[in-house]
Ligand binder design. Structure first.
Ligand SMILES: NC(=O)c1ccc[n+]([C@@H]2O[C@H](COP(=O)([O-])OP(=O)(O)OC[C@H]3O[C@@H](n4cnc5c(N)ncnc54)[C@H](OP(=O)(O)O)[C@@H]3O)[C@@H](O)[C@H]2O)c1
Length: 249
């Protein structure tokens, strides 16, 4: 029998990849799970697949209006929540010379600004003893070529993790960041990463393989659990050792 039947988590970008796997993992642990995303039909499909305990709402992390409506929806449906997983994000490969203003704005606005304002709007709804986990990336620290804006957006997220962990400590809300290395999810197709590039990346990882979304999901659910009760302000890599490998990048 579950010990988490009264607990609720919000997973942004929960219809795909790491977010979907984490929603599944929270459901296994007995949480009620609310997922968000931009595309209503994809959210509905994901909620149906996730099954009992799952719900979804359309909310574009680019839009402060949508974020405020999300907060209102949560307040009305659940009252308070226990955990927030800020996972929604996008990625585009481009050298500094080739990066367009549109790429710059969309990555900074979704990955950092959107995560910032979602946290801001949902903080009043998080119970004392709850947690926020941000999905960042090892790119925040590795100087990976062709990912300058993405890396900067994730470095900004990690700076926010540190500050927010201190601001929310008096409310006993823990705030942490997870830095995955390369994980097999649809984000790679969306960024037109070719199979040969995936092989190359896998070879740069000391464990010689990409991560699975379920491996990140298990870390995120751990960070939200009482087992992680003394962990806040932390950035935890889950990257097969890539960030410490001399050939990283
Ligand atoms: N896969 C990796 O190698 C890797 C490594 C390190 C970090 N990450 C990070 O992990 C997170 C999840 O990515 P993933 O790999 O699981 O990719 P994914 O399968 O493409 O999932 C991304 C999710 O974010 C949602 N999303 C994107 N833009 C949004 C917006 N404006 N508003 C609301 N939702 C939005 C997507 O929903 P839509 O269907 O609406 O697009 C989707 O549900 C991202 O923050 C990514 O940067 C991934």
């Amino acid at each position: 029998m579950s010990t988490n039947q009264e607990k609720t988590v919000v997973v942004t970008g929960g219809n795909s990849g790491i977010g979907y796997a984490t929603a599944e993992e929270f459901l296994k642990k007995g949480y009620k799970v609310l997922i968000t995303g931009r595309n209503t039909s994809l959210i509905e499909k994901a909620v149906q697949q996730l099954g009992e305990g799952a719900a979804g709402v359309t909310a574009d992390q680019l839009s402060l209006t949508d974020i405020k409506s999300l907060a209102e929806f949560i307040r009305h449906r659940y009252g308070k929540i226990d955990a927030l997983f800020l996972n929604a994000g996008i990625f585009a490969f481009a050298s500094v010379e080739d990066t367009t203003e549109e790429q710059f704005d969309s990555m900074m606005d979704i990955n950092f600004k959107g995560a910032f304002f979602t946290a801001q709007q949902l903080i009043p709804l998080i119970n004392e003893g709850g947690s926020i986990t941000f999905l960042s990336s090892i790119h925040a620290d590795t100087g990976m070529p062709n990912s300058s804006v993405y890396s900067a957006s994730k470095a900004a997220v990690n700076a926010l993790v540190r500050t927010l962990s201190r601001e929310l400590a008096p409310k006993k809300i823990r705030v942490n960041g997870v830095n995955p290395g390369p994980v097999s999810t649809p984000i790679l197709d969306k960024a037109n990463v070719e199979a040969s590039a995936v092989d190359h990346i896998s070879n740069l990882i000391p464990l010689k393989r990409m991560g699975y979304p379920s491996e990140i999901a298990k870390l995120v659910t751990f960070l939200a659990s009482p087992d992680a009760s003394f962990i806040t302000g932390a950035e935890i890599n889950a990257d097969g050792g890539m960030a410490v490998h001399p050939m990283a990048g």
